[in-house]
Ligand binder design. Structure first.
Ligand SMILES: [Zn+2]
Length: 444
């Protein structure tokens, strides 16, 4: 009962914090967030950096511009700034309901023109809802709640129903495989779009971080669009694993403790790794059900993962590399097909990570792949800052020599609010096309 009350309070808190009433703009990047999380435990001698002189990467000029009318959706008003940065000069406060035209995208900001005043500036893209329905899914169920500003919860069970519905709608174009099972026995379902004997194969995985489960919905939506478009590149077979961490996503969505999570909760509290209480703590959950951050559990310079010493809601690398069944499943599936490229969808920030230290044999190819995706999404290309190891993308590029990128989709902190999805969809709906074109020209 207490938990239920706490979760309503949490919902309110999330609305106040993430909602536009507070005009909050501070969203850290994933890597920076990790650094913050571990700062309390790791006080000295940070891991040696891998990339002392990062290669400067010019961000492609955004060419993905949507000029139809959008509405500002928020409690009171949002800040409009002169540049795409929370530190830039304040141009105006744009009230809820104001109509704007989208001019371009820049990281998590959208450049807009206010229709009534003609003022031009940058606001956080997640506060914009298009006036017409630009989603257009027929099968996959959009998980928006009663209010679009609340976090949307695309559950594992809903995903299974949607996968079945997609198979019924496209029986000749879609097959479903299992990559393995989660700790709690949930099947890690992979949608195989197109011919398994195709010349090129691409692996797309989402929601390896629990609270970033919006990427599972995005992955499903991308699968439906690709099917609806009739598999436009028949020589490219996409393998989409929408939810790599279903147990963790379920913790984040239901905000329910079990014994295991409770023990980790007390440990996180007593060691100061998290000061959050109850449901607020669970809303930050990023790990699998064992308290292992799956994206720190891969065998890619795993010993350098700057980690906390025991299971936690975030950032614990595990007892050894590939200790978790979800990690093992991703490794096995990646080895099963001769992939030309891999894409990992994450939610924090609006950028593309492509590099793994100076030594990955496929850095150049990953850079080229990332630029192809940046060309349609206008996400910023981000260099490796040398602090991140043990991720899926790291392993796939460093150990498997597969050109690999991570796409961070959100404009606000995860779990993402419903309105954020419009921005995400408009910037991602052509990503599979860009990747298919890239592998056709550059793949094996
Ligand atoms: Zn993530």
């Amino acid at each position: 009962m207490k938990l239920r009350i706490a979760s309503s309070l949490l919902a309110l808190l999330i609305m106040v914090m993430a909602g536009c009433g507070a005009k909050q703009e501070a969203v850290e990047t994933e890597q920076a967030a990790g650094a913050l999380d571990t700062a309390a435990v790791v006080t000295a001698s940070p891991a040696p950096t891998l990339a002392p002189t990062p290669t400067p990467v010019p961000t492609p000029k955004p060419n993905y511009i949507v000029d139809s009318a959008f509405q500002v959706v928020c409690e009171t008003s949002v800040n409009m700034r002169a540049e795409p940065s929370s530190k830039a000069a304040l141009v105006a406060e744009v009230p809820n309901g104001e109509r704007v035209e989208v001019l371009s995208y820049a990281e998590r900001y959208t450049e807009v023109k206010v229709i009534s005043s003609g003022q031009v500036g940058y606001i956080i893209g997640g506060y914009l809802k298009p006036e017409e329905d630009l989603l257009g899914f027929a099968v996959v169920t959009a998980p928006f709640g009663e209010t679009e500003d609340a976090a949307f919860n695309y559950t594992y069970d809903q995903m299974l129903l949607d996968i079945d519905a997609l198979v019924s709608a496209y029986p000749d174009k879609l097959a479903v495989e299992s990559a393995g099972k989660s700790v709690e026995g949930r099947e890690l379902k992979v949608l195989v779009l197109g011919d398994v004997n195709a010349k090129h194969h691409v692996f797309v995985q989402g929601a390896i971080h629990a609270r970033e489960h919006a990427t599972a919905f995005l992955s499903m939506a991308l699968a439906e669009k690709w099917l609806e478009d009739g598999l436009p590149y028949p020589e490219v077979c996409f393998h989409i694993l929408p939810m790599s961490n279903p147990d963790g996503a379920t913790v984040n969505q239901t905000l329910q403790f079990n014994k295991k999570i409770q023990a980790i909760y007390f440990d996180d509290g007593s060691t100061g790794r998290s000061t959050l209480a109850g449901a607020e703590y669970l809303a930050e959950w990023k790990a699998n059900i064992n308290g292992v951050d799956l994206n720190r559990n891969f065998d890619a310079m795993w010993d350098r993962v700057n980690t906390c010493p025991s299971p936690s809601y975030s950032d614990y690398r595990g007892d050894k590399a590939e200790s978790e069944p979800e990690t093992k499943a991703l490794v096995a599936y990646t080895k099963k097909y001769d992939f030309d490229a891999t894409v990992s969808y994450h939610a924090t920030g609006s950028m593309i990570y492509w590099e793994f230290g100076p030594n990955s044999p496929v850095n150049e190819a990953s850079l080229s792949l990332g630029r192809a995706v940046a060309g349609v999404s206008a996400y910023k290309m981000e260099n490796d800052d040398g602090s991140s190891f043990g991720g899926y993308k790291d392993w796939a590029s460093y150990k498997m020599n597969i050109p690999s990128i991570t796409i961070e989709i959100g404009t606000r902190a995860a779990p993402l609010p419903g309105t954020d999805f419009y921005n995400i969809w408009l910037r991602n709906r052509d990503v599979l096309t860009a990747i298919a074109k890239w592998v056709t020209e550059n793949g094996k």
